[in-house]
Design a protein around this ligand. Sequence first.
Ligand code: ZN
Ligand code: ZN
Length: 274
Amino acid sequence: MFPTSDYHTHPQGHNVRPYTIDLLQPWIEQCLAKGIRSIAFTDHDRYAAGVDFSVIDRLRERNPYVKILAGIELDNDPSSSTDGLHWVEKNWERLDFVLGSVHYFSGETEMLDRAGETAQIESRGISRAFDQYVQELEKLIARGHIDCLAHLDLVKIHGLLPLNYDPANLFRPILELAKTSGLAIEASTAGWRKAVGEQYPHASILQMAVELDIPITTGSDAHSYVQVATDYERLAGVLAAAGATETVTFQRHRPNRSQSRFEQSHSLDNSSLQ
Ligand SMILES: [Zn+2]
Ligand SMILES: [Zn+2]
């Protein structure tokens, strides 16, 4: 199964760069080049001012062969996420897909995932840091207004792991909450570009998600269009090893499994003709 959707992308990068056709069209070209049939734009909620739904509508008209989702990555930023949540509530009907992310430990004002910044983990002790990260995920799920949990075990980003770490055991309660809350989880290639050198989430967490029948999306966390679908061949192997036989697409917050199954078999048909 080759994943055919990229549901974690940042066209604005780390700024407000208002959506224009010029900004977004290269992302669609990259989808076409890489066999991606569905893309979600999921800029950080702190840059929501740059999201323009009318530009996305025009982009859809120009590009009927790629399913384009209006999305956002809503996190737990202590300064911006209250406004972000209001923005999501206000625009819920125009949004297709909302990623939920924990980027902050409670009481911190800097993101936990900045490159090389291990002090927040070390000062807590690695094991306590992982526990606190999981508690923030519980709060994020309880707050609601999300469709999918992004980079579920992001706290491992720096490659610091608790002694005798059992990822599936630590994250089982979160997967069970995702299940009862009707959330999907994301399989992301971004971890391969970080110190940890591993996809999100760990293979054992993915396997448990499959066993619990939790829908799985795929994403690159691209901050440039050239990163769309980065390392998807490798991700396909990880998903297969975890027992995942399908990924899920979304439209207006509704997951659609049968369509992604069709798209995958369709793409297999195409490849067998080549
Ligand atoms: Zn993130
Ligand atoms: Zn992101």
